[in-house]
Design a binder for this molecule. Structure first.
Ligand SMILES: [Fe+2]
Length: 192
């Protein structure tokens, strides 16, 4: 584990604890949100917000449980999803002040009804990035549609991700249901 900078084209925070495999995943997520920011003609500041969310989201994914407790002492969430709130807390302590970026990082494993585009693009890229091999053609087709119909793709990806969770038989967090209900209530033609 290390807190590398400059590897695979990504500059991770010094407090990151990530394996080389994770760095490669983070780099692919950053590249994908960047690609979508260009395709959607996002302003430079917005593109930077998406990049920061992508860079930070898994920065503590490989930290041991004690390491996560440093940042999140008491959490009702399963261990697998605690690296998000831990990374958000660490990023905030490190000077990140953008509430949308922090919410993107905090809830990236669960979904969040209050997200702006930083959270939405991260949630999509985390699942659609080209390193995921399962049903690759389906994921590629979804990734290509993001710049033109982000809301419809978000709904499709949420359905896939929540569907997996249901198949596993695990509990569904309140944040996830609220996220889904918000998507289900929005018109699918909405561009936001
Ligand atoms: Fe990730």
């Amino acid at each position: 584990m290390s807190a590398p900078t400059g590897e695979a084209g990504v500059e991770l925070p010094r407090w990151a604890q990530v394996s080389p495999r994770r760095i490669a995943h983070i780099a692919r997520v950053v590249a994908l949100v960047d690609q979508w920011a260009i395709a959607r003609c996002a302003a430079a500041g917005e593109r930077d917000r998406w990049r920061r969310a992508a860079l930070l989201h898994d920065a503590l994914r490989d930290a041991p449980e004690e390491g996560l407790r440093r940042f999140v002492s008491d959490s009702p969430w399963p261990l697998k999803t605690r690296h998000g709130p831990a990374a958000a807390a660490a990023a905030e302590a490190d000077g990140e002040r953008d509430a949308g970026v922090l919410d993107a990082v905090r809830y990236h494993s669960l979904g969040y009804a209050g997200w702006d585009d930083a959270g939405r693009m991260l949630y999509l890229a985390d699942y659609l990035e080209p390193g995921r091999q399962h049903e690759r053609e389906t994921l590629d087709a979804l990734a290509r549609r993001v710049p033109v119909e982000p809301q419809a793709v978000l709904r499709a990806v949420a359905a896939l991700r929540i569907g997996w969770r249901l198949k596993e038989g695990g509990p569904i967090a309140r944040e996830t249901w609220e996220f889904w209900n918000g998507l289900a209530a929005a018109p699918s033609s909405s561009s936001r």
